[in-house]
Design a protein around this ligand. Sequence first.
Ligand code: NAD
Length: 411
Amino acid sequence: MDNVFDSALDSLKKAGKIGKIDLKVMELLSRPKRIIDFTIPLKMDDGSFKLFEAYRVHYNDALGPTRDGTRFVPNLHVDEVKALALFMTIKHAVSGVPAGGGKGGIKVDPSKLSDWELERLTRGFIRNLKPKGPKIDIPGADIGTDYRTQSWMLDEFEQITGEHNPPAINDKPNIMGGTVGSAEATGLGIFYVTQKACNDNNIDLEGEKVVVQGFGQVGATIARYLYDLGAKIISVSDISGGFYDEDGLDIIEMQSYAEKNHGLEGYSKAKGISNNELLTLNCSLLIPAAVQNVINGKNAADIKSKMIIEAANGPITPEGEEILKAKGIKVIPDVVANAGGAIVCHYERIQGITDDYWDIDKVEKRLEKQILTAYVNARNTAEEFDTTTRIGAWIVALRKVSKAVKMRGWV
Ligand code: NAD
């Protein structure tokens, strides 16, 4: 199953069946509430003109306004955006965030644009999308977007509406009304969940071998937390390829190399390894933190890790998951493991609305409590239904969404 939306629907259907969710609610959730499909015209620096495809999907808003990421990638497909918006619906529900699921994006390779072009395109996204503010839909960041794009988005929104409204856009810097701790939130959340899941499965992280695919905001952050704890990170990679050292890589050095060189390409202090080989290394923990569908029917049988923590969204296909299950490899699913960013975006919204900004201690303490509650609820529900933690997490979420949908009288 290469289509990530089909994979998301597979989890939805399995969880609905096992958790005995009302069939009318299941039918409602089998498609998004709204897909906004639009085109952004952009004047390039050389005077030429290009058109860019863009989307925003509002999957379900029974639990609150639709929220979250905006992906700028060259191969964006609307099905990817639909899948991510469904994941956000589930992620918010399972982690107790009063929000629905939204996702958007532009089909573009941002590295091929100048800074001016990227700014004009990002502002064009907001002008053409016309988001309606923090009570309706809040675009955040994702792959290819960052503090800069989110600052431009907020400024464009405020220029259009004529009022300051920081909670209208998520993942912005502090000076624009963002929150402290947002850059590390997803990685830190994964760290809290990893520690708890390892504890539950008798894995002592100190000295254990860990492999991380993807060395961006999430991958590098979780690699660093685990490295500081004493785990042996034997392999990491980015889109240019992977690096391997059986005795453990120097993650601090690799982080500063990646910052200086905008990636790991050219790093010379470890052996090279392909992104596919890296996935099949002998290790205790495998953390896919790059893109979807990397563990699938073709390579799952070769995975040797004791446990997989899904830092990326949708890194395992349903076929891959069946094989892993048969091999007894435990998977901690994306909708719980990487919910830290979504949870801290919720704190960002609270702070923006109240104009009362928190310190890092408050952000981290609340995040730890909230994400571990989500993990424990998913784990306990999985035990109750004798199923995987993924299906357990989806059942927790579907029960909440179902209740809200029914209370609203939608089915
Ligand atoms: P990022 O753009 O900062 O980093 C992505 C990393 O993956 C880069 O190192 C890139 O080179 C690498 N990569 C890209 N394609 C690859 C490929 N085909 N093979 C191997 N490596 C590849 O993105 P990020 O914010 O770190 O997000 C990573 C994943 O985590 C995505 O799936 C994203 O949806 C998910 N996620 C991110 C957040 C967040 O807060 N940033 C929250 C939840 C989930």
